[in-house]
Design a protein around this ligand. Structure first.
Ligand code: CP3
Length: 358
């Protein structure tokens, strides 16, 4: 494995040489002996070591304490052997920083007691100075980069504006986000104003993450697949595009818009790496994004309940289908709490063994 100096890293306090830079090279399109592998939600409830900290500290205390963020972020690197760390945090720290109360309730997921219902509610939110309101995230990135000491790259992230609007308007998780979508359709001016405020905050936020040391950032549009292709063009794409264009000069960006396979071509045109879920054939994803885009995905997390031997077989097939170059092995969505750690390891090991085979 080659050792490079991470010359693009603008972090003031981290001048570390990355010992494993597979993720960055995959995003650059270099020829590799195997693709890099990481898992969405890899820092989470399937890990007993995470559960120990979860019993001791509530969710936002975990997010706001740099030492805890650092420990939780590095757990899957130590335990599962992934090729990248993703910062432990949540997309909902942005609505919080904009002025909305966000609660994470045991067994119920997120809730926002006073959601946005009309333009009158905008008096309760602002575009904050992220270096003040989200200072703790940047502190956590600096500490984590220092502690990783170049073992693997660190991924920062944010929620895309449509997905954050879903929570800010609906006020809680939902399978349909019907109220949030109705808000977009019946009060489009308010929806666009809200998403522009989220966009302005997110651009500042992701650039600050890159400056603090994040090597790559991922934009999660977890609910954009609830929009028709035409509505995606109106309510999701313009904001994704603004964010990628503003952040790309600072670090590589990956866009994961779950369910929005119909927009792969437009998203790839932004120059970002593109995450895909399991509802698209690898060959079609490649055809839609073209030859120059790095794809990421798309293992169905429920398949991690197969035996380790079967997982390895499925991973081999997936890499055969996507090809080694311009590809990042990942799940098609987050890992779920019931997955045995050994199965997560089998997933990662299969990718490493694929490299050994070639
Ligand atoms: O990927 C990682 O390991 C990094 C950490 C991370 C979390 N949330 C930690 C978390 C990331 C990248 C997120 C992103 C996030 N948060 C998304 C986008 C990705 C996706 O899964 O679609 C969304 C939609 C959220 C909002 C959110 N946060 C929900 C709906 C929930 C409750 C559901 C759930 O999975 O428990 C959370 C809580 C949350 N965020 C947990 C973790 C580890 C579980 C908290 C706990 O109970 O310990």
């Amino acid at each position: 494995m080659s050792i490079i100096t991470d010359s693009n890293n603008t972090a003031a306090n981290t001048n570390t040489v990355l010992k494993n830079d597979l993720l960055l090279r995959a995003l650059r399109g270099d020829t590799l002996s195997r693709p890099p592998v990481w898992m969405m939600r890899q820092a989470g409830r399937y890990l007993p070591e995470y559960m120990v900290l979860r019993r001791k500290y509530d969710f936002f205390t975990r997010c706001q304490t740099p030492e805890l963020v650092c420990e939780i972020t590095i757990q899957p690197v130590d335990i599962v052997g992934v090729d990248a760390a993703i910062l432990f945090s949540d997309i909902l720290v942005v609505p919080q920083a904009m002025g909305l109360e966000v609660l994470m309730e045991e067994g119920k997921g997120p809730s926002l007691p006073m959601p946005i219902k009309s333009i009158e509610d905008f008096s309760r939110i602002t575009v904050p100075d992220v270096s003040d309101k989200l200072h703790y995230v940047m502190d956590a990135i600096k500490l984590t980069k220092q502690t990783l000491n170049g073992r693997v790259p660190l991924i920062g992230f944010a929620g895309a504006p449509f997905t954050l609007l879903c929570y800010m308007v609906q006020g809680k998780g939902s399978k349909t986000f019907d109220e949030a979508k109705s808000f977009c359709f019946t009060q489009p001016e308010a929806a666009h104003q809200l998403m522009q405020m989220i966009t302005d905050t997110t651009i500042q936020y992701l650039i600050a993450q890159a400056k603090a040391g994040a090597d790559v950032v991922q934009l999660f549009d977890s609910w954009s697949g609830l929009l028709s292709p035409a509505d995606f063009e109106i309510f999701a794409m313009p904001y994704i595009k603004q964010i990628v264009e503003a952040v790309k000069p600072h670090c590589p960006v990956i866009v994961f818009a779950k369910g929005s396979w119909y927009a792969l071509e437009d998203m790839a045109a932004t120059g970002a790496g593109i995450g895909v879920d399991w509802c698209i054939k690898p060959a079609l994803a490649r055809k839609l994004v073209g030859a120059n885009t790095t794809l990421q995905g798309n293992f169905d997390p429920a398949k991690l309940m197969l035996s380790p031997a079967e997982i390895k077989k499925e991973v081999n097939k997936m890499i055969d289908d996507f090809g080694i170059d311009k590809y990042i092995v990942n799940l098609g969505h987050g890992i779920t709490p019931l997955i045995p750690v050994d199965n997560a390891k089998a997933f990662v090991d299969a990718v490493k063994e694929y490299g050994a085979k070639n």
